[in-house]
Ligand binder design. Structure first.
Ligand SMILES: *[C@@H]1O[C@H](CO)[C@@H](O)[C@H](O)[C@H]1NC(C)=O
Ligand SMILES: *[C@@H]1O[C@H](CO)[C@@H](O)[C@H](O)[C@H]1NC(C)=O
Ligand SMILES: *[C@@H]1O[C@H](CO)[C@@H](O)[C@H](O)[C@H]1NC(C)=O
Ligand SMILES: *[C@@H]1O[C@H](CO)[C@@H](O)[C@H](O)[C@H]1NC(C)=O
Ligand SMILES: CC(=O)N[C@H]1CO[C@H](CO)[C@@H](O)[C@@H]1O
Length: 365
């Protein structure tokens, strides 16, 4: 009974969502938008924003607790030890400006720094997503993504769009969760856009923890923010993302401003395993990346790639915010775990649109 109910609502949603221009199966709303002033001392940058999220302490604790205890032993104990160790000496383990920003956040919320450190370490590596980069018929590069997480209800509530301002000018922007100082989605206007999709490589989690202790590698969300802050071209962004040691493997999806400037980097811990760039002359005007190597198959239990491909072909190079939103609202590209959708284009920073997603009738990934 339950199974057939599920199958029916799935079939209905599937049909509805495959009709171009259909209304989405949820009630998407824009998250709040904030400015982070980079001219302020690092510890004070998030204080204004955090005033609206004074309640996240217990939620952060619950998310960390349930995540940590969902890991197989001995990882729960190791993870807690690592978090405590890093929190006790955060400037030693985490680079500037992240350590000081986290200290400032913990202080403004009056909560244990360990909670903020734990949140920043755990959010980094646990996202399932769909990212699409493409070139439209006019040669403009676009970039869309759905970010899928567990613990979605809490995360939907703390999703924020952030513009990082210096001298009253936006240097870079992104979408993040209040209390998380890295970026998993971001744009440097007129230069490039970046998203990261998780690449699960067996024992990655242990290596990730060891990497933090070793200080050999940056958490991925910190690397992305560093690239947005410190690189100014598509080329240099791709190079730095490709060749910075990260303890977790990942997919970096990068969009630029020039012809064929769209790429999916399949990143091993030290170097890229594969770099897959748009090639419009040969018909490859878009690329879809979910959480599997693009040259291999996707598991039958989690095929978001084929539905996304189908919708992209149906849309064609007639890319608009509405058409792309429709692609990202296709079940199961949109699923029960999707926390937000973003559409961005580095050459047209003002078209950026973000929606919090809430599809409780959609299947789980
Ligand atoms: C984890 O820590 C708890 C409490 O400190 C302890 O009882 C348990 O035996 C530890 N588990 C492992 C697998 O080390
Ligand atoms: C999310 O926010 C709504 C409205 O403020 C609140 O009712 C709900 O309990 C929150 N959910 C979680 C999981 O924090
Ligand atoms: C900052 O920029 C805004 C919009 O670009 C402008 O209206 C405002 O006057 C500027 N403020 C300062 C202090 O330059
Ligand atoms: C592009 O898409 C829009 C919206 O779906 C549609 O109205 C328009 O006719 C399309 N243009 C072309 C050239 O296909
Ligand atoms: C996020 C960020 O600003 N990262 C770095 C960019 O480069 C400057 C100068 O090297 C660093 O101080 C920042 O930490």
């Amino acid at each position: 009974m339950a199974a057939s109910l599920f199958a029916n609502s799935f079939a209905v949603c599937f049909l509805v969502c495959f009709t171009l221009g259909a209304s989405p199966p949820d009630n998407p709303v824009a998250p709040p938008r904030y400015q982070i002033n980079l001219d302020l001392p690092e510890e004070q940058r998030w204080t204004e924003l955090m005033k609206n999220y004074a309640q996240i302490g217990p939620d952060a604790y619950n998310v960390i607790y349930s995540y940590v205890h969902s890991l197989p032993p001995p990882l729960p104990n190791i993870t807690i030890k690592v978090i405590e160790m890093v929190a006790a000496d955060v400037d030693q383990y985490l680079p500037s400006p992240y350590a000081a920003e986290m200290r400032g956040i913990a202080k403004s919320l009056n909560i244990d720094l360990g909670l903020i450190v734990g949140m920043n370490i755990l959010y980094d590596v646990t996202a399932f997503c769909t990212s699409i980069v493409m070139q439209d018929s006019k040669g403009v590069i676009w970039h869309a993504r759905n970010l899928d997480y567990s613990y979605t209800d809490m995360l939907r509530n703390i999703t924020v769009q952030v513009d990082f301002i210096q001298n009253n000018k936006t240097v870079y922007s992104g979408v993040t969760y209040a209390g998380y100082v890295g970026l998993l989605t971001g744009m440097r206007p007129k230069a490039f856009t970046i998203t990261i999709d998780e690449r699960d490589q067996g024992a990655w989690w242990e290596n990730f923890l060891i990497g933090i202790i070793d200080r050999k590698a940056e958490p991925i969300g910190f690397l992305i923010r560093d690239v947005l802050a410190n690189e100014t071209t598509f080329e240099s962004a791709v190079k730095r993302l490709s060749f910075t040691t990260t303890e977790a493997s990942a997919y970096f999806i990068v969009g630029g401003v020039g012809k064929d400037e769209g790429v999916v980097i399949t990143k091993g811990r030290i170097a890229p395993v594969d770099t897959w760039q748009l090639d419009t002359a040969n018909g490859r005007w878009y690329e879809v990346e979910t959480n599997y190597d693009h040259w291999g198959p996707v598991p039958k239990t989690d095929d978001r790639r084929d539905p996304a491909n189908k919708k992209m072909v149906a849309m064609g190079q007639n890319v608009t915010v509405d058409n792309l939103f429709d692609v990202m609202s296709t079940v199961p590209v949109l699923n029960d775990d999707t926390t937000y959708t973003i559409i961005m284009s580095a050459s047209q920073p003002d078209i950026t649109k973000v929606w919090i997603r809430n599809c409780h009738t959609c299947p789980k990934t």
